[in-house]
Write a protein that binds this ligand. Structure first.
Ligand code: PEP
Ligand code: MN
Length: 290
C-alpha cells in the first residue's frame, strides 16, 4: 500500500489522488506573489510553491527575499487557504522555514547535503526531496533514508530532470524514474516539468505525461509576467496557460486511475475559497471529478 504524506492542513499526497503544487519560482514582490497564489488556487492547485531562499548558480543573481519572503508566503497562504512548500538551504534556517511552511523543500543542489537532510529529518514537517541533477535513483533513495533515520517518514520524492548532453532542454526530464521508483519505494513521487524542461511550451505535455507515468502530483512554476521574472521566467506558465493545463489534467486523471484532489479535500480545517474564480473552480471540480 503506497504511503500518503499528510500536510498539517489535512491535505494528503499519495494514494490514488493527484495533487498539483504551483506558484512562482521565487517570491519577488507582494503583488506578484498574491496574484500568482490567487491564480493557481482558482485553477485548482492545492499547494502554493515559491522560494524565499533561492539556490542560484551565480552569486550575482537574485538570491530571494529570505525571511521577508517567508512572511509574504504566509500572507498568500492565509489569503488563498493553500498550504505552502518552500525551500530551505541552510540547516540553521530549518526552524524559521518550518514556522512558515507546511512542507519543506530540499532542492536538487542540496540532495546530498547530509547535515540539511538530518536537520529536516529531526523536525515534523513533511519534506519534498528533489532529485539531484546528477543523482542516481539509488542516491535519491539513500538521501530520503537520511531523513527517515532521524524520525521523519513524511517524504515526497520529486523528479526534476537530470543533466544530459543535449542543450535543447534545460535538463532531461526522466519520466521513467517514476515507475522505476515506484517499484522500490512506497513514498509519494511528484514531477517538476518546469525545471525538467526549462521551457514553458514543453511544460503542459510533460505534465500530462507525468500523470500518465504514475506520478502522484506535479510541481509547476507559474508567474504573472514571466518576461519580468527575476528567476526562471522562460519556464514559467502564465495563469491562463496553467488554467488550461489544469483542465486537461483534470479530464485525464480518471482515465489513468487517479482522482483529482481538490483544495478542500482535507481532513482538517476547510478553508473557504476567497474569490469568485476559486468558487467557480470548486463547482467545476464537482461536475468533472466526482
Ligand atoms: C525550485 O523548485 O525552486 C528549484 C530551485 O528547483 P531545483 O532544486 O530542482 O533546481
Ligand atoms: Mn525555479
Amino acid at each position: 500500500m503506497p504511503k500518503t504524506v499528510t500536510l498539517g492542513t489535512g491535505l494528503a499526497i499519495g494514494g490514488d489522488g493527484f495533487v498539483v503544487m504551483a506558484g512562482p519560482c521565487a517570491v519577488e514582490t507582494r503583488e506578484l506573489l498574491l496574484g500568482a497564489a490567487q491564480a493557481v488556487a482558482a485553477a485548482g492547485a492545492v499547494v502554493l510553491r515559491g522560494g524565499a531562499f533561492k539556490p542560484r548558480t551565480s552569486p550575482d543573481s537574485f538570491q530571494g527575499l529570505g525571511a521577508a519572503g517567508l512572511e509574504l508566503l504566509t500572507e498568500a497562504s492565509r489569503l488563498t487557504g493553500l498550504p505552502v512548500v518552500t525551500e530551505v538551504m541552510d540547516p540553521r534556517d530549518v526552524p524559521l522555514v518550518a514556522a512558515h511552511a507546511a512542507m519543506l523543500q530540499v532542492g536538487s543542489r542540496n540532495m546530498q547535503n547530509f547535515p540539511l537532510l538530518r536537520e529536516v529529518g529531526r523536525q515534523r514537517r513533511p519534506v519534498l526531496l528533489k532529485r539531484g541533477a546528477a543523482a542516481t535513483l539509488d542516491e535519491l533513495l539513500l538521501a530520503a533514508e537520511y531523513i527517515r533515520r532521524e524520525g521523519n517518514e513524511d517524504i515526497v520524492l520529486c523528479e526534476r530532470g537530470v543533466r544530459s548532453f543535449d542543450p535543447t532542454t534545460r535538463y532531461l526530464l526522466d519520466l521513467a524514474a517514476v515507475p522505476a521508483l515506484r517499484r522500490r519505494t512506497d513514498l509519494p513521487i511528484v514531477v517538476d516539468p518546469s525545471h525538467g524542461t526549462g521551457d514553458a511550451a514543453l511544460v503542459p505535455p510533460m505534465a500530462k505525461a507525468a500523470l500518465a507515468a504514475g506520478a502522484d502530483g506535479l510541481l509547476i512554476e507559474v508567474h504573472m509576467a514571466p518576461e519580468q521574472a527575476l528567476c526562471d521566467g522562460k519556464q514559467a506558465l502564465r495563469p491562463a496557460a496553467f488554467s488550461a493545463l489544469m483542465a486537461d489534467l483534470r479530464r485525464l486523471a480518471p482515465a489513468v486511475g487517479r482522482h483529482w484532489v481538490r483544495a478542500d479535500a482535507r481532513t482538517g480545517t476547510i478553508a473557504a475559497p476567497r474569490s469568485g474564480a476559486a468558487a467557480r473552480d470548486h463547482l467545476d471540480d464537482g461536475v468533472i471529478a466526482p
